[in-house]
Design a protein around this ligand. Structure first.
Ligand SMILES: O=C(O)CCC(=O)C(=O)O
Length: 261
């Protein structure tokens, strides 16, 4: 859907059905250039806090920070606190308009806990991410969060774009279909058949993918010659609270729209 022509109720209906929607050209060229510049500067400096590929231990990642490729960054963390331009992207009225429709909420906030990052995928030492729901990271009263994923460059199968399983946000899977880390177990025939229904979400710079925290998704390695950069924030209804004492409650969420900082 193109951003200009998207009707909020159609958008919300597509999201309820599929668990995701893509808005083409949601960010304009100037915004993409600005955020790419910020990302490039912070990456070049290795500006903390960062997560390294070696930290996640996913398929293809270097075995340790001291191994070859061990200094490959996976995520520039704490994005909303890094730079006012990232914060204003995360908390804009435009984002609020879409997210209140998708979350069917009067008012939404952006979490500063997990995600809240610039996701990078480098040629050479990037890892693949297995099939999972983002609720493996979250502890909220309700498993109703939405991630806004902005492509700062083209995202294709070759450079490890996200793949999603449409409609999987409404599935209720037995715990045994997931491994200890809450990834879908690829050895089970029933999971193999679910995975055959997956679709790649290819994006152009400026396109945004909104997806539900229960939607199963995965991504491959970056097999191209260029680093892939995406800006990733996750949102919740202000009345959907993080569980006290969990990582989701570690930092305050930020308000959106006119209430934003
Ligand atoms: O780009 C990737 O490898 C996928 C990232 C992802 O799904 C996640 O961190 O939850």
């Amino acid at each position: 859907m193109s951003f200009e022509t998207a009707d909020q109720s159609l958008l919300a209906a597509a999201f309820r059905r599929d668990g995701y929607v893509v808005l083409r050209g949601f960010a304009d060229e100037t915004e993409v250039d600005t955020l790419r510049t910020v990302a490039g500067e912070h990456l070049a400096l290795g500006l903390a806090p960062v997560e390294f590929e070696a930290d996640v231990g996913y398929p293809g990642s270097p075995s340790s920070r001291s191994a070859e490729g061990g200094s490959t960054v996976r995520r520039l963390l704490g994005a909303a606190g890094r730079d006012p331009r990232l914060r204003s992207w995360a908390t804009s009225e435009r984002a609020a308009g879409v997210l209140t429709a998708l979350l069917e909420a009067d008012s939404v906030s952006v979490s500063q806990c997990h995600h809240n990052c610039i996701m990078t995928k480098h040629p050479g030492y990037s890892s693949a991410t297995l099939w999972h729901q983002d609720n493996r990271y979250w502890s909220f009263d309700k498993e109703e969060l939405v991630t806004m994923w902005l492509a700062l460059g083209d995202e294709t199968r070759a450079n490890g774009c996200l793949r999603v399983i449409p409609g999987s946000h409404v599935l209720d899977l037995d715990r045994g279909r997931l491994d200890a880390e809450l990834f879908l177990r690829p050895d089970l025939a029933i999971n193999k058949s679910l995975i055959t229904t997956a679709v790649p979400v290819e994006l152009r710079a400026g396109d945004v993918l909104f997806f539900h925290s229960r939607l199963f998704h995965a991504a491959g390695k970056n097999l191209s010659n260029d680093t892939k950069l995406s800006v990733v924030f996750t949102y919740h209804d202000v009345n959907n609270r993080p569980i006290a004492g969990t990582r989701s409650a570690q930092f305050m969420s930020l308000p959106l729209g006119s209430a934003a900082l």
